[in-house]
Design a protein around this ligand. Structure first.
Ligand code: MG
Length: 281
């Protein structure tokens, strides 16, 4: 495997990614996969998907879990509905996430990832310890499948995430760093955050965004890669300086406009390929 293989976020029947055929047309050598719905998570479907990956010469680098009932409509709704944090769905979603880990194993993938949700602050009376505990249980399950668990960034500041990782204290818990999410959620300047959590970053998204007028209260705006305020050159040079050599997975969350999505991801592939070349020398 070479350094910084370009990838794209893909999906089968659920989620915001592009279809595998589009990944092939884009000529990318890796994908992360949004886990499909339960009825598609079978041994037979896994084998079909593996055969396609082999045929297209695409390597699967992570399987992302997601749950029905999640909504990214606005920041308060994310807080109420996303990940393993909402207490009323936590037990059911933990079981589903374990099934997703088992499906990822069928796909011979050693990384599972998810948006954990807004982790409550570590104060007395909060549900912080419950979230720590469910994350440990998921790490245990993933470990038994030979997998790491990567937490998507954005909903916490870098400091809170570091504290959380330290409190969960599992050797297979890492970070999928998404610089645009830091801006979209208003949780911190992405490059600074990346430097802080550098030691835990084992996969990344390449996504761009502009800050909201009132960060943290309203969404920032996702943009095509290179048009936002992440500063892609600085992002990649920081990834280089922290020694990150894994895939660069492009994420562009406009599945309702597939032609535009494909076109913009195509431009993103060109931008990353150019910057990678410039930074290699
Ligand atoms: Mg992301």
């Amino acid at each position: 495997m070479s350094d910084w293989e370009i990838g794209v976020f893909a999906s089968i029947d659920a989620g915001l990614g592009v279809h595998l055929d589009v990944a092939r047309e884009l000529g990318v050598p890796t994908i992360q996969l949004h886990a499909p719905h339960a009825e598609t998570r079978t041994a037979e479907k896994a084998q079909e998907f593996l055969d396609k990956l082999a045929e297209y010469e695409i390597r699967l680098t992570a399987v992302f879990g997601g749950f029905s009932g999640e909504s990214y409509q606005d920041i308060p709704t994310v807080e109420e509905t996303v990940g393993l944090v909402p207490p009323e769905t936590r037990a059911v979603r933990l079981e589903e996430m374990k099934e997703i880990s088992d499906f990822a194993k069928l796909l011979q993938c050693d990384v599972v990832a998810l948006h954990l949700g807004f982790v409550p602050h570590s104060v007395e009376g909060s549900d912080y310890q419950g979230v720590v505990e469910v994350t440990r249980q998921l790490c245990d399950h993933a470990r038994a499948n030979g997998q790491s668990l990567h937490l998507e960034t954005g909903q916490e500041t870098a400091d809170s995430l570091l504290q959380f990782i330290q409190d969960v204290d599992q050797d297979n818990l890492f970070v999928n760093f998404d610089p645009a999410n830091m801006i979209l959620y208003g949780t911190g300047e992405p490059i600074e955050a990346l430097e802080k959590i550098a030691d835990h970053v084992k996969s990344v998204h390449c996504k761009d965004a502009k800050w909201a007028d009132q960060p943290g209260k309203e969404w920032g705006e996702e943009t095509p890669l290179g048009d936002g305020q992440v500063d892609m050159r600085r992002y990649l040079s920081t990834l280089k300086s922290i020694g990150y050599r894994g895939p660069l997975t492009i994420e562009r969350e406009i599945p309702q406009e597939p032609d535009r999505q494909k076109n913009e991801i195509g431009h993103a592939v060109e931008l990353l390929t150019r910057l990678r070349g410039e930074l290699a020398s």
